[in-house]
Structures are given as C-alpha cells and as structure tokens.
Design a protein around this ligand. Structure first.
Ligand code: FEO
Ligand code: CA
Ligand code: CA
Ligand code: CA
Length: 603
C-alpha cells in the first residue's frame, strides 16, 4: 500500500563501517547505472513506430510512455489482456448471493461480502489441478486493503455492520479457475471460500500459546487482514503475509504505546479504519483485548484444497510487516523462506527449516515450525551475513526472554543484532540460478546512506540481488545492486517504486510498481533481462492504482496480474474494470495477460 513509509525504527544509526562504505556504494551505483543506460540505448537506436525492436529475452514491443496514462490499462501491442475477477464478484459463480457491480448507491452488505471476492487484490498463487494440463486450478488471492471511502462510501464506519463489511472485504479468496474456449473464468469448486478478519485461525511454532498472544478475555484467535504478498510451499500450500496490521487498531481512550507497540507503529489513530469504534478487539485501550495486536503480522499457511483446515499462523517466521515469503529448497532438502519487512529502515529476513522438508512432514513436523530465523546484514565489501534470531543469544535472552517473545518482537531482536536498515524491503524472488532479488521500494526518510541503500533520501527505490554461499542454508552471501530506479528516468522504460517481483526460469525479472511514477504515468509491469539489465514496459495500469500480484500457469503462457485500488477508489479518475463513465465505483481486479501468438509471457 502507498502510505506505509512511516518510520518506527528509531535505532538505525548506520554502523560506522557502513558510513565508510558510501564511496564503495557510489561506485556500485555507477556500475549498475551504466549497465542499464547502455542496454537502454542500444535497442532505442533501432526504434520504430512501436518503440524498440524485440531482442533477446524481451521479444515484445513496449507500452509507450504516452499510452501509460488514463482510466484504462495499456498493454504491449504484442499482447492482450482481459479482466478475470473483480471485487464484488461471486466466489462461487453458481451461488445466489447478489454480486457487487460498482453501483455507488448500493454497497454489498457485510453478509454478502463474506461470499464475494474482496478488495485490494495483491499477492496470489495459481495451483494447477492435477491432470488438467494447466487449464484448470485454484487461485489463492490476497485482499490487502480497501479504504472506508472506497468500500463503505464514507470516511468512517457508523455501525458494527459497516465495520464487518470492511473486515469481510479483507483477507484471502480461494477461487476455482478454468480456461473455457480460450477464456479464463471463475468456476464453482467445493473448496472455494473466503477467509477474512473474523475467520477462526490457529497458531503454531514458538509463539503458539505464548502469554504474549493471549488476551484477558480468553477469546480464540480470529482473522487475517492486510494480506500483502504471498508464497507457496513445495507441499502445495499457500502462504499469505500480514503487512500493515497496525493501522487497523486504534482507540478514543487515554492510552500510550509500549516500546514494543511503538516499534510496530501502533498509535491511537491507526490508518483511519475506525474498526475499534464498534469492535473492541481493535481498541488498544480495552483491557479485555490486551495483546490482540500480537496476533497479526505473521505468515499464514492455507491449504487451498481443504476448507476444513483453519489457516495456521507460522510464528517461527517472525512477526513484522510481512511483504511476502519467497520459498525455495536449499541444500539438504531444507525449505528456505526469504522475507522483507516493509517499513522505512526495517530489515530483510530468512528462515531455514531444521531438516529435509519431506522427512519433516513424514514425521508429522511442519518445516515452517522448526528451524532458524535470521536477519540480514549487508556489509560494505559486497558480502553479507545472516544473523540468527535466537533466545540462545544472551543479548536477546536478556531483553526478550524466550523464543516466543523473540519471534513476536523480532524487530527489537533484529535491532539488537545490528541488522542493516533497508529502504522498505518489499518482494523477494529466487531465480533459477540461485540469485535472490529483493525490491527496496523507496525511502524518503533515509538520512544516512549505507552500502546496500546508497541514496539518502531514496525516493525511487532500487533492486538488490545476492548469491548465497552455502546453498541457501548458511549465513554468508555476496550481494550487488541490480538496478537503481532513478537511472531509468530518462529512458522509455522509466519507472519508480519497484514492489512486486518474479524471476522466471529463463532469466527474466518481472517488476511491478507501487508509487509515484516518472512523468505521472500509471503504475506498471516491466520485464528486465537479468543478464543485460535491459528493461521493458509490458503493461500499465489505470489512474491511481498500483500493479501487484503475479501468478502463472505451468506453461507460463498465461499470467495473472492485479490492478489494485484503481483510482484510489475515486470514480472521477477511473471506473475500471468498466470503461470510463465518471460514476461507477472502480473495483480492484485480476487481469489475464497473454501473448497474441500464444507464446511465453515476457518473451
Ligand atoms: Fe503491501 Fe509493502 O506493500
Ligand atoms: Ca503495494
Ligand atoms: Ca508491496
Ligand atoms: Ca509498495
């Protein structure tokens, strides 16, 4: 989301060796910038009416800057898009619930919204159905956020019914998909469902049952919201990541945050959702619900095919403003999860399971419950170290006590270890060559540069990449800056605020943006050639939106991408997915992107 660049890490004086490193970092910026500039120049020299000629890995004509504006999306002339599913569509197309079509005078009821696709489409994964040749499957789709003006049509909730409508518009949709006569559509499947802010959930791992996760009222844990990016496990489950949970809590009563609450950004106003006015669970001063906020900020595992199975919050992965969870399998069959904490000057994390994931599951142990959690330190010489977040460390033990507290307040633990403050770590993705990419979207608050975040302030963001030295499971890596977004600003592929990432098997890096773009163009999907640094614009969204979420069929000939918060909910800017009419409420939507010739998307 856009306004998550507030700062809640006061302890980020860069270590002295990082200050010394700025000269080294500047050299890296220059080297990276030169690579991009040269790559941008060569194709431009052969530009025709449709812009640069296809070459190498990027065999498509880009969307021109002049076309990347306005109320409807734009796509490469070699591609087409269609809308698949929008806020307010039925989760089960055969059900009788009244869908929501964007009529500003008739919002869904809270009960209807429980059976309708939510808002704030973000991270998602397509799970192909066995034996269906990739033409059928299940889409798990995150619903990150929707403002009160957008969802309710008013600035504040005026009843518990209003709060419930907002709560039910958040969470996750599990949808059946099938390609019928060349067109993807939502179909009825038995496991289709909505998970939202009131769905019963379970906890596992070191903080499960911990005093910090219990409330005096004894209420059972419920709900997930602000579901940002995502991941998928090798055993076929979905990971949904809770990001800006702090903004949903507030209070009208006298209250001041503890050190721990302040470190997670909790304050009396929140983001203006006002849930606390009618739902005491979200009132920070209500003594019955003390600790309620500690139940959010986790990575949540969902079994797409089993509606009887409650979502499980995997606490071993730590509590922070989770952007996403990029899963890979490292040496020894261990499952490895890379994660960003999206706040100015917060950190990059990694979890490594204690053993081979197949053996652990065969023994009835979740690989996501038992393992080591690390935070990253990026050193000025281009190497880095993973610092283990364990209560066995005397520094963490004396401050936090046990592992349950370490994971619940892992930001404080990471502060104590001297992790590197980053420029808002967003998505991570692991390329087939083993490199890990991480988008640092921007950091207008950065006062002092460090080697891996060399601009202060950094209004446009950058992308780092690193190579693990020990098969993803060790503590050493070698990093470099892949690109600085500002270096693109004079080029036709100008962009800023990189956010969503996906490294495909051929060496392409898909980059989605969320924030101010050069020349006021709309947010966009670009594709980079990781070998040359060349970048091209494949798709541009609509006014006021962000482009986020990326999923694909096994053959990579169909890509699913989200247009989130079109118009920021303002119907005077766009009425997407409808053509412009100036009044219909715009609705967050998943679009299907395909090459006109049926080729691999990105080629
Ligand atoms: Fe959900 Fe950091 O954007
Ligand atoms: Ca975002
Ligand atoms: Ca994001
Ligand atoms: Ca973002």
């Amino acid at each position: 989301m856009r306004d998550d660049d507030r700062i809640s890490n006061p302890s980020t004086q860069p270590p002295f060796h990082e200050v010394l490193a700025v000269n080294v970092a500047r050299r890296r910026v220059l080297a990276g910038g030169l690579a991009v500039a040269v790559a941008a120049f060569l194709p431009a020299a052969r530009a025709g009416a449709d812009g640069p000629t296809p070459s190498g890995l990027l065999g498509f004509h880009p969307v021109r800057r002049a076309d990347a504006r306005g109320p409807m999306p734009a796509i490469s002339p070699d591609y087409r898009y269609e809308t698949l599913v929008s806020w307010g569509d039925r989760v089960r197309p055969g059900s009788s619930v009244r869908p929501y079509d964007g009529d500003p005078s008739r919002r869904p009821t809270a009960a209807e919204q429980e059976e309708l696709v939510g808002i704030g489409h973000d991270g998602m994964t397509f799970f192909p159905k066995a034996g269906a040749a990739g033409r059928e499957g299940t889409l798990c789709l995150n619903h990150e956020y929707g403002t009160n003006p957008h969802v309710l049509g008013k600035p504040w909730p005026q009843s518990l019914e209003d709060v419930r409508l907002s709560q039910h518009a958040h969470g996750v949709s599990v949808l059946g998909l099938r390609e019928v006569n060349g067109r993807w559509q939502v179909v009825d499947v038995p496991h289709a469902r909505r998970i939202h802010a009131n769905t019963p959930v379970e906890f596992s791992g070191p903080a499960a049952g911990h005093a910090l996760l219990r409330t005096p009222s004894g209420d059972a844990p419920r709900g997930t919201f602000n579901n940002c990016s995502n991941g998928a496990t090798p055993w076929g489950t979905y990971l949904t990541c809770e990001e800006n949970f702090d903004g949903y809590f507030g209070t009208e009563s006298p209250w001041s945050p503890s050190v721990e609450q302040a470190r997670y950004g909790l304050d009396s106003r929140g983001f203006g959702y006002g849930w606390h006015r009618y739902d005491p669970r979200f009132d920070l001063a209500d003594p019955r619900y003390r600790n309620a906020e500690n139940r959010y900020g986790w990575v949540v595992e969902i079994d797409p095919l089993d509606p009887a199975r409650a979502p499980v919050k995997r606490t071993a992965l730590g509590r922070f403003k989770h952007e996403g969870a990029a899963v890979t399998v490292g040496d020894g069959g261990r499952v490895v999860v890379y994660m960003g904490d999206d706040q100015a000057n917060d950190y990059v994390y990694k979890f490594v399971s204690e053993g081979d994931w197949r053996a652990m599951r065969a023994a009835g142990r979740s690989p996501l419950d038992h393992g080591r959690l690390y935070v990253a330190r990026f050193d000025a010489d281009g190497t880095g170290a993973w610092l283990e977040l364990t209560a066995d460390d005397p520094r963490l033990k004396s401050r936090l006590g046990d592992q349950g507290a370490v994971v619940t307040y892992v930001r404080l633990a990471a502060d104590l270890l001297g992790a590197t403050p980053m420029d808002r770590p967003e998505w991570t993705t692991v390329a087939p060559d083993g490199r890990v990419y991480c988008s640092l979207t921007n950091n207008r608050r950065r006062a002092a540069p460090n080697a891996a975040n060399p601009l202060a302030p950094n209004p446009h963001g950058h992308i780092l990449r690193w190579r693990e030295l020990d098969g993803h499971v060790g503590t050493r890596f070698a990093w470099e800056i892949f690109l600085m977004a500002k270096d693109s600003h004079d080029a036709d592929h100008a962009f800023g605020s990189p956010d969503g990432l996906w490294a495909d098997p051929d060496g392409r890096l898909f980059v989605e943006t969320d924030g101010d773009q050069p020349d006021d163009i709309n947010n966009q999907l670009l594709v980079a050639d990781t070998r040359t640094g060349e970048v091209r614009r494949l798709f541009a969204g609509v006014s006021g939106d962000e482009v986020t979420g990326i999923a694909h069929t096994p053959d990579r000939r169909t890509l699913f991408v989200n247009v989130q918060h079109p118009g920021d909910g303002d119907p005077r800017l766009t009425n997407f997915p409808r053509a412009f009419d100036g009044t219909t409420v715009p609705r967050d939507s998943t679009v299907v992107i395909r090459r006109k010739d049926g080729g691999v998307v990105g080629s």
